[in-house]
Design a binder for this molecule. Structure first.
Ligand SMILES: Nc1nc2c(ncn2[C@@H]2O[C@H](COP(=O)(O)OP(=O)(O)OP(=O)(O)O)[C@@H](O)[C@H]2O)c(=O)[nH]1
Length: 203
């Protein structure tokens, strides 16, 4: 059976858990524990193939790992980088994460990640508080050759599900899901938090 591993990254409070839980359970429950890193698992059937999907969400409040950032990058087949459209600083963090992924991939020259980084602007329902213009995010996505989506985990189930399924299809097509590596630690989260700081924004 094929295994596909996707890391869901972004600054604190952007809705990473909300998106994952929405995809896995179809529900938006409002509050999510964020004290530890999580790996969620789901079995899917894609184009007649059975796939074990692992979704990794690093903890944004603690660091416990030892592995290098490179290992985090090596671990994942795809990346969903999330920001909150009503929080400009979360967009700047997402931008830095996308650049970091590309840089590390170029460094290892491992594989083409063009179809494997999705930039996702969450909390579209808060557009009256918008701090990040859609066009600006589209520009970043074009510049970094990633796919761009804007949605609301609170309001959209189908759109959220489509993003995860598209990511699985892309990763599946890339045929990378082969040699498996160990479970990632919080290095990526630590690096991101150390460099860009953390911010909690209530909604
Ligand atoms: N209005 C609105 N609120 C949202 C949406 N998605 C998530 N939230 C809220 O944003 C807050 C943070 O959501 P989480 O899913 O915990 O965010 P996270 O990125 O996992 O946060 P950490 O685990 O702390 O890094 C919660 O209060 C959610 O209810 C959305 O689409 N719209």
């Amino acid at each position: 059976m094929n295994e596909i591993k996707v890391a869901v990254l972004g600054s604190e409070g952007v809705g990473k858990s909300a998106l994952i839980v929405r995809f896995l359970t179809r529900r938006f429950i409002g509050e999510y524990a964020s004290s530890s890193e999580c790996i969620y698992r789901k079995r899917l059937s894609v184009e007649g193939k059975q796939i074990n999907l692992e979704l990794y969400e690093p903890c944004s409040q603690a660091y416990e790992g030892k592995s290098t950032v490179n290992e985090q990058i090596q671990w994942a087949d795809g990346f969903i980088v999330v920001y909150d459209i009503s929080d400009r600083s979360s967009f700047l963090t997402a931008k830095a994460i996308v650049h970091l992924i590309r840089e590390l991939h170029l460094g290892t020259a491992k594989r083409n990640v063009d179809s494997q980084i999705f930039l996702v602007g969450n909390k579209q329902d808060l557009c009256h508080m918008r701090e990040v213009r859609r066009e600006e995010a589209q520009c970043l996505a074009a510049e970094c050759r990633c796919q761009f989506y804007e949605l609301s985990a609170a309001e959209h189930h189908q759109e959220v599900a489509l993003i995860f399924l598209k990511m699985v299809q892309n990763a599946n097509l890339s045929g990378k899901a082969k040699e498996r590596r160990r479970r990632p630690s919080g290095s990526m989260a630590k690096l991101i938090n150390n460099v860009f700081g953390k911010r909690r924004k209530s909604v």
